[in-house]
Structures are given as C-alpha cells and as structure tokens.
Design a protein around this ligand. Structure first.
Ligand code: SF4
Length: 322
C-alpha cells in the first residue's frame, strides 16, 4: 500500500487547445513543410512558450515586427490574435509571402467592427489594453473610430463623439461574467447601442470557464496550466478564485508549480488555457503523482467539435482521381 497522501484530482473538460490555436500551429507546420525552413512568425503564434520553442526547433523564427523579415519568398505568418491592417499592407508593399493565421473568430469581430464603421457608428471595444488581439481589432479602422473600455467603472466616465450611433464588440477571451457586467452598464448608459448578433467571446473561452466553474466548488485548490500573458488562461484562474477556491494557481509548467502551496490540500482541479498543450497537463499530473496517491476523474461539461480549415494558400492539393 502506498504511503503517499491521497489527492483527488478533477480534470476539467474541455480544457487546453481550441480550434483557433490548433489551426495557427498547423499553419506554421504546414508552411515549414511546403516552403522549408526558415519561416518567420510575427509575435508569439499563440501565447505559450512550449509551443513557440517547439516551432523554433523546427525552423520557425519569431520576430516582433515585419522589418525583421528579410525580402524574399520565406513565408511571414501573422499570429492567431490578429494584426492591425497596417501589417498586411506593409507585407504587400514589400512583396512578402504573408500567411494569416488569425483565428476566424477574431476575424469575425474585425468584420463586425468594419460593418458598424461603414454604417457611421462609433464603436466601443470591450477588452484589455495592450493585448495583441485588441491592438489588431483597433487597427482595423482609422484612429479614433474605436474606443476601448475595460471595466464597468470605466463605462461611467466614457466620453464619446456626440450625435453618433454606437455599437460594441468584445475581445474573444474575456471573463464571461465581467463582460456581462460591462454590457449591462453600457446598455444602461446608452440604451440604443447595437450589440453583436452572436456573442464575441468565443466558444472555447466560454466552455473552459464553464468547466472551471463546475469544478471549483468541489476542490480545495485549482491549477490552471497556461502562460501569464495568456488572457483566457488568466480568466480561468480568476473564475476558480471567484467560485471560492482558496488556492487558485496559474502555472506555465510543472517546473513553475510550487508544491508547497498544496500543503494540506485533499482535492485539486486542473484545467488549461486554450494555448496550453496537453503534454503540460500530463507533466503536472506526473508531478502530483510523485508526491500523492492520485484518484483522477474527469468532469465534462461540454463536448467540442469545432474545426477551422487551413488558409487556402496552405491547403495541400487533393490527390488526383484516377
Ligand atoms: S481562444 Fe477562441 S478566439 Fe482565441 S484562438 Fe481560440 S477559438 Fe480563436
């Protein structure tokens, strides 16, 4: 019989990679396959060091801005978060071989913002200042067309162009609950404001938060696997904390997990942000298994089947029919 203390582990499902992240990684791998190394990737393709390092090892070179990409045919890939319009325009001016790995659900938000702008509306973007997705969405339209709002409190002090119809869009990876509060405040202050026909917070963000909520009340501690700069991962940690989990940790890898924080804990739930690969979850479980006798169960709140095809310029030709 094991002399290790017992630990009940609830694995949240769904967790980890979403369809947009899977597609973005596939874009880099397919570009390497079709064009050979190196391929250039503007910004982290997704917010995860393990993913970035794996792609670097295969021949991807990560750059901050396009001017670091040399002239020639080597592909330059834009990350899943989307880019301001100035980026593809610059790539075209320099005749670079640009490949866009923007998640289709981010592109959907860009299109909504553009449609509102065409109708003469001023746009409010609910999101976090400085996040690459927010920079990309604001950069779809001329300066001043979009006002960023982060919190319910900020809605109170908003000053907007007079006499303009209003509309709002949101970042895809926000807290579902916080965003609802901001929207309620916006609608109270601007009753005529136009809202997205379908929510902008994406299915993956919503589903992962739902699973964390379902598990958080049942455990003493929560471990979210994800990077500190990953918005959706940060939100998962916050959701667990708000649901009353007294220890709620966001860790990029097992090496970063301070096991002393789990002292006296009898149960723990584990989830992973949309950019965190499953191998990192497995390594956390291995780390726990070295110290505890685990009883692992999976809590499934929803099945996912979302799939996004690769961009057209990366699809392999179908085999010829005889
Ligand atoms: S989190 Fe949502 S919006 Fe972001 S890449 Fe994944 S599916 Fe797309």
């Amino acid at each position: 019989m094991s002399d290790k203390p017992k630990l009940r582990v609830i694995l949240c499902s769904p967790r980890g990679f979403c369809a947009g992240v899977t597609r973005a990684i596939d874009v880099v791998e397919m570009a390497l396959k079709l064009h050979g190394a190196p391929v250039y990737v503007r910004h982290e393709i997704v917010h995860n060091k393990y993913v970035v390092d794996s792609l670097k090892a295969k021949g991807a070179i990560f750059i901050k801005e396009l001017d670091e990409a040399p002239a020639g045919n080597a592909p330059v890939i834009f990350s899943a978060h989307g880019v301001p319009k100035s980026v593809p325009a610059e790539a075209e001016r320099r005749h670079l071989n640009a490949i866009d790995a923007t998640c289709p659900l981010v592109t959907k938000v860009h299109r909504e913002a553009q449609a509102h702008f065409k109708r003469g509306r001023h746009i409010l973007l609910i999101g976090h200042a400085g996040h690459p997705e927010v920079v990309g969405t604001i950069g779809q339209l001329p300066a001043g067309a979009i006002t960023l709002v982060g919190t319910r409190e900020e809605v109170e002090t908003l000053e907007l162009p007079a006499g303009r119809e209003l509309a709002f869009v949101t970042q895809t990876t926000l807290s579902v609950d916080d965003t609802r509060d901001v929207i309620v405040a916006l609608k109270a202050k601007f009753p005529e404001i136009q809202e997205p026909p379908v929510e902008d917070i994406c299915y993956a963000t919503t589903n992962r938060q739902e699973a964390v909520k379902a598990a958080a009340g049942q455990v003493d501690a929560f471990i979210v696997v994800g990077a500190a700069n990953s918005s959706n991962s940060q939100r998962l940690r916050e959701v667990a904390e708000r649901e009353g989990c007294r220890i709620s940790l966001l860790v990029p890898s097992v090496e970063a997990l301070d096991f002393a924080r789990l002292e006296g804990v009898a149960s723990v739930a584990v989830s992973a942000g949309a950019s965190a690969p499953e191998i990192l979850v497995e390594q956390i479980l291995d780390g726990l298994a070295e110290r505890y006798s685990l009883e692992v169960e999976t809590l499934t709140t929803r099945e996912e089947s979302m799939f996004f095809p690769l961009p057209r310029n990366l699809r392999e030709p179908a085999p010829a029919t005889p």
